[in-house]
Design a protein around this ligand. Structure first.
Ligand code: BJ8
Length: 439
């Protein structure tokens, strides 16, 4: 199994097979060291370990089988993609590689140095032809969320077809109206790719499947973060499970996440925690963690902290809302409900974006967290600027916060660890002082 078995297929989609194999073996090694070495992992992680070994092998074969049946394959870097429509058409909608420093130097031959590493990494994967997902895509879904992304699509389109959806930056009535039109246009684009009209029933079925996936993830989120005395799974494992939700077949994935959650429920009942009692519980806020970006989670959880939630697009922002299906009798009603669901995403590209701040404060209280880390990728202006408003609100509530800006290079890993260490120490001190006071 793995990439070796699928060498012929990988080369037929234009992948640089040799370079790809080297990168995969490094990725698998990193996974082994950082994930499989953790103690007391839930049994249910075995499926995800297997999936990691087949991430660019068996799963790519599945996607290409769908393509051979004229089903769409759509790659994306953003959660604004109406994946329900792709799934409804029987296709695959997945996140593309964009979390590795190994492709950045190549990307910088076409893109400026001082833009966010996610965009450069993704662009570099296309230039190097080392992401089997990108190579398998009928088209890449682009959106107009940030300046760097929307200009990169014009350059990326020279190498691979890109369909750009205009995401408004405000949520007034006229903006929402145009958003709905964009979703209709996306659906028409899928129909062009497949050469077949999509029925309402197909789209409703796609919506049902994706709703179930998000429900399973929300269940995982609650199990890992809402029980103050027990953390039944490490933050790193929970992050990895969430990351794989952007790649795996949605129905199989939902089943596996629910199986994992059944096991975690038992662990909570039996008080089986992967962290010692009184380990500081941290929420992470900010920009997405595209795999293999595990730097922050590794730093926190090898330093004595537990990450109990990601307020991020590879995290709570992705699965917090579902699409209403009740009483949907025609296509217009479904498009309206899709628009309503997607416009609840509180990405920092919107102005104003106050619901995000209210949500963060509520999440903090619900999870009885001890502190937060506001994480932004370097040169992500929207999240970086918004951190001012978020930290101001946190400060008012007396919530301890550490702000970290980082890229994908391993160079600042030591420095991050030191800052996290100092932060955790201050939280532990605070906790002890509070316990002493209440005696
Ligand atoms: S909905 S957060 S996935 S846009 S980190 S590329 S914003 S400069 S990833 Fe995002 Fe969609 Fe919003 Fe989520 Fe630009 Fe910032 Fe880079 Fe970003």
């Amino acid at each position: 199994m793995g990439v070796e078995v699928h060498k012929e297929l990988l080369s037929s989609i234009g992948l640089d097979v040799e370079k790809h194999a080297k990168m995969m073996s490094m990725g698998l090694e990193a996974y082994k060291n950082q994930f499989m070495s953790q103690d007391n992992r839930p049994e249910g992680m075995k499926y995800f370990d297997w999936f990691m070994s087949e991430i660019q092998g068996e799963r790519i074969a599945e996607i290409n089988k769908l393509r051979a049946e004229k089903k769409p394959a759509v790659g994306t870097f953003c959660i604004f993609v109406p994946e329900e429509i792709v799934v409804g058409a029987g296709g695959a909608c997945y996140g593309l590689c964009g979390g590795s420093p190994a492709t950045i130097a190549d990307a910088e031959t076409e893109l400026p140095r001082n833009i966010c590493p996610l965009i450069k990494s993704a662009h570099g994967f296309k230039l190097q032809r080392t992401c089997a997902y990108t190579q398998s895509s009928d088209f890449i879904y682009g959106e107009t969320t940030c300046e760097a992304k929307k200009k990169t699509w014009e350059i990326l389109d020279k190498h691979h077809p890109v369909h750009v959806m205009n995401i408004p930056h405000m949520k007034r009535e006229k903006d929402l109206k145009s958003w709905k039109e964009e979703i209709v246009e996306f659906k028409e684009h899928i129909e062009e790719v497949t050469g077949k009209k999509l029925s309402l029933e197909e789209m409703k079925e796609g919506t049902r499947i994706v709703n179930e996936k998000r429900k399973a993830l929300l269940r995982l989120d609650a199990l890992r973060g809402m029980n103050p005395d027990v953390v039944p799974i490490s933050g790193k494992d929970a992050l990895f499970v969430t990351q794989m939700g952007f790649l795996d077949d949605p129905e199989r994935y939902t089943q596996k996440v629910n199986e994992l959650c059944d096991e975690l429920e038992k662990r909570v009942e039996e008080k089986i925690s992967v962290f010692e009692k009184d380990t500081p519980r941290l929420m992470v806020l900010g920009t997405p963690f595209a795999p293999p970006n595990w730097k922050l989670h590794t730093a926190v959880e090898t330093t004595g902290g537990a990450i109990i939630n990601e307020e991020s697009c590879i995290g709570h922002r992705y699965y917090k809302d579902n699409v209403e299906l009740e009483n949907v009798e025609d296509e217009d009603a479904l498009m309206e409900n899709l628009m309503k669901r997607y416009s609840q995403i509180d990405c920092a590209c919107f102005t104003p974006n106050t619901p995000r701040i209210d949500k963060i404060l509520q999440m903090y209280k619900d999870r009885k967290a001890d502190g937060v880390i506001y994480y932004t990728l370097s040169f992500c202006h929207t999240y970086n600027v918004e951190s001012h408003l978020v930290t101001e609100a946190l400060e008012k509530e007396g919530i301890p916060c550490l702000v970290i800006e980082s890229d994908y290079s391993p160079e600042d890993a030591g420095q991050i660890k030191t800052r996290v260490e100092a932060f955790l120490e201050s939280l532990t001190f605070k906790k002890k002082a509070a316990a002493f006071k209440s005696k």
